[in-house]
Design a protein around this ligand. Structure first.
Ligand code: ZN
Length: 440
């Protein structure tokens, strides 16, 4: 694309193209909008997720690179993830802007209630029909509108959507060390050096599996978790250095966020654990299919005619267990309408997990709790040519990140549950931008 002499095209309404005589840093590229004659500049966008990075993890550790990034950009108090606050569902909300009951990736585990088959997190990545369920992730939308997209290790990367995959991608091998800092740097070199610099991609999503693993194994208040946050901080410094080295600082926006937080599990005689088999009147003989022993949320499909019996037995069965028929799940959680959700949904209070027969789970930290629990809130930072500097903003919802990303990329979003209004104030205001048909 050529610039017009020393003049620069400015984003405008479909009918007109304005010219500015000011050369504005970051307005490096001029492209025609799809089919509209509209012309606008576009900076690149890197979306990074650090799994399980709770909103307040920078409070008890020195994080010089995160602090520098906040000075140079925007820091949100926190972001409220979608419920269920677990990895695949929450990441798919990032990629689609839809509540989980609307995008249908309702759990990390794929399951079949007839055959009893379950696939764990990794193998579920390859079940196309589980992901390609009516909501298009932003990579596909961007590609359809002429952009180049990539994804490294981000949940959903392996799947095919309406016959199309994210064209540049790297899926982790089955047994992958998600904590290795050397590998993290190789992945960053690939994304920044090869994908953005050499291949000129417009949008990349990049996933890191920590500090989630440290939080599960050692607890969110452990020295091991704090060390991992320092590794994340070094990594953020490395990313920004690489971006600088490749001359991309003024052309690349970065959003760094997480899928959920982490909360300490109470046990060791401190509390009475939730064990369904110990609840009077409840019997696994009445259950056709169960999804239990996976953190604080469980789902049950009772056998024919047994729903009311199972429900009545469990309801009131433990003071820290909330028992819902799926249609009773509070509307604010947006976790009741999808047909994949099972008829009975169990949600434990913070500190508790839902065990079936025996307390098998030995994690010191867990997530999956109600997204209003402060421990489930995720962190959010952003920096780049389109973001304001040294700005602290109020919390918003994860669904509101998707319309922001579409706006930054200059693409028309799919139907979504977010509002650009809730996140757009993080951006540098632009004069004479005319109407914005992407507002929602
Ligand atoms: Zn996660």
């Amino acid at each position: 694309m050529s610039t017009v002499g020393r003049r620069w095209l400015r984003e405008t309404d479909p009918a007109t193209v304005e010219y500015s005589t000011e050369a504005v840093d970051g307005w490096h590229r001029v492209r025609a909008g799809r089919g509209s004659g509209r012309t606008r500049h576009r900076n690149k966008l890197l979306l990074i997720s650090f799994d399980g990075f709770r909103w307040d993890y920078d409070r008890d550790v020195e994080t010089p690179n995160l602090d520098k990034m906040a000075q140079d950009g925007v820091k949100a108090a926190y972001v409220t993830p979608a419920f269920l606050t677990i990895t695949s569902p929450s990441h798919f909300t990032m990629l689609t802007g839809r509540h989980i009951e609307n995008h249908g990736v309702i759990h990390n585990i794929w399951f079949n209630t007839t055959t009893q088959e379950k696939k764990q997190y990794y193998m579920t990545q390859f079940v196309d029909s589980y992901w390609d369920n009516g909501s298009l992730p932003i990579w596909i939308t961007a590609q359809r509108q002429g952009l180049k997209a990539g994804s490294l290790h981000f949940p959903g990367t392996a799947a095919t959507y309406k016959g199309e995959t994210v064209r540049v991608r790297q899926v982790e091998p089955r047994f992958y060390d998600h904590s290795n800092e050397t590998d993290w740097r190789l992945n960053i070199d690939k994304v920044i050096g090869e994908w953005f610099h050499q291949q000129d991609l417009d949008f990349v999503s990049l996933y890191f599996g920590e500090p989630d693993l440290a939080g599960h194994s050692f607890g969110p208040d452990s020295p091991e978790r704090r060390e991992m946050v320092q590794q994340v901080d070094r990594t953020i410094g490395y990313i920004r250095d690489k971006i600088q080295d490749h001359g991309l600082t003024d052309r690349l926006n970065i959003i760094i966020t997480a899928d959920h937080g982490m909360s300490t599990v109470l046990r060791g005689g401190l509390v009475e654990e939730i064990i369904l088999s110990k609840i009077p009147g409840f019997s696994f003989r009445d259950i056709q299919f169960q999804l239990l022993d996976y953190g604080p949320v469980g789902m049950l499909l009772p056998k024919e005619g047994m729903l009311e019996k199972v429900y009545q037995a469990l309801k009131g069965g433990h003071p820290h267990l909330h028992v819902y028929k799926k249609e009773e799940v509070p509307a604010r959680l947006h976790y009741s309408k999808h047909p994949r959700l099972l008829p009975i949904i169990l949600i434990a209070d913070p500190g508790y997990i839902v065990n079936g027969l025996l307390p098998l789970n030995s994690n010191k930290g867990e997530h999956g709790f109600d997204n209003e629990v402060m421990d489930m809130k995720a962190f959010f930072r952003a920096v780049g040519p389109d973001f304001q500097k040294n700005l602290m903003v109020d919390p918003f919802d994860m669904v509101d990140v998707y319309p922001l990303m579409c706006h930054l990329l200059g693409i028309n979003p799919e139907i979504n549950d977010g509002k650009l209004h809730n996140t757009k104030h993080m951006l540098v205001p632009k004069e004479n931008t005319g109407g914005n048909n992407e507002s929602k």
